[in-house]
Design a protein around this ligand. Structure first.
Ligand SMILES: NC(=O)c1ccc[n+]([C@@H]2O[C@H](COP(=O)([O-])OP(=O)(O)OC[C@H]3O[C@@H](n4cnc5c(N)ncnc54)[C@H](O)[C@@H]3O)[C@@H](O)[C@H]2O)c1
Length: 242
């Protein structure tokens, strides 16, 4: 098992890519904190993990709430005994059009896509340093090549890559790694709801990605097999940005 005796956090783990990651990491031996705003989904994924013989706790709350975002690391430490990796995965598209900006929604998108990850990472670093752990962020292909579909999305997802790279350099000598995964269009609720205009025909592979395919790449990055990999923004996109 590739994550035997590891302890990890996955945010936005109630559905889609995050859920696939939580299930895969647990199957590879990690104890997982499942973080999501939707308590019903948290409970369902926790049950899936435990029924498959894995170990998980559920933390239901809104990552736009600063106190909750800060609390996920100490709650995980208290329940599971430490932390080896943190996947800041939850994200949102936010206001799409510069000519009609909902500033409250813009603020929430910045909070979820950037600030929540910063708050959780700040709390995680003292735990990750002695264990030579790592932080994985979720950006997007829209964090590597701008998307005209949502300025907020590209702005924050480019920001995620910059944040990750700055932290990777800052902590490389300590052995704490920072990477990002950059999915192309993946068949999830979010994809169906907000990016319906991006048709599979635009993807060289000719289809949407599956959450499990992103989870497999994430597994490599959070595992010790990636011990010399830091500062990387890895596209998982069926050739989309090639
Ligand atoms: N699906 C894609 O095509 C795609 C492509 C590139 C990047 N991504 C990124 O993947 C991440 C999630 O996407 P997905 O497709 O798995 O979505 P999804 O809609 O399937 O799941 C997202 C989960 O996040 C949770 N969530 C939403 N707001 C939250 C909040 N404020 N606090 C806590 N949890 C919250 C939701 O309840 C949901 O369970 C995002 O960061 C997104 O930008 C997705």
């Amino acid at each position: 098992m590739r994550l035997a005796s590891k302890i990890g956090i996955v945010t936005g783990a109630g559905a889609g890519i995050g859920r696939a990651g939580a299930l895969r990491f647990a199957a590879e031996g990690a104890a997982i904190a499942i973080v999501d705003i939707d308590k019903v989904k948290v409970d369902a994924v926790q049950l899936e993990v435990t029924e498959a013989g894995g170990k998980a706790i559920g933390l239901a709350g809104d990552l736009c709430d600063e106190a909750f975002a800060r609390s996920i690391v100490p709650q995980t430490q208290a329940a599971l005994g430490g932390l080896d990796f943190l996947w800041n995965h939850a994200g949102t598209v936010g206001p799409k059009d510069i000519e009609d900006v909902d500033y409250e929604a813009l603020e929430r998108a910045i909070q979820l896509n950037l600030r929540a990850g910063i708050l959780a990472t700040e709390a995680a670093i003292p735990l990750l340093r002695p264990r030579r752990g790592n932080v994985l962020f979720t950006s997007s292909v829209s964090g590597l090549i701008a998307s005209q579909l949502s300025f907020t999305y590209s702005m924050t997802k480019f920001g995620v890559v910059g944040l990750m790279r700055a932290l990777a350099k800052r902590y490389a000598a300590d052995g704490v790694r920072f990477n990002a995964i950059c999915p192309g269009p993946v068949a999830t609720d979010m994809q169906a709801a907000s990016m319906a205009t991006m048709k599979p025909v635009n993807i060289p592979a000719g289809r949407l990605g599956r959450p499990e395919e992103v989870a497999a790449a994430a597994l490599f990055l959070v595992s010790d097999e990636a011990s010399f990999v830091t500062g990387v923004a890895l596209p998982v996109d069926g050739g989309y940005i090639a």
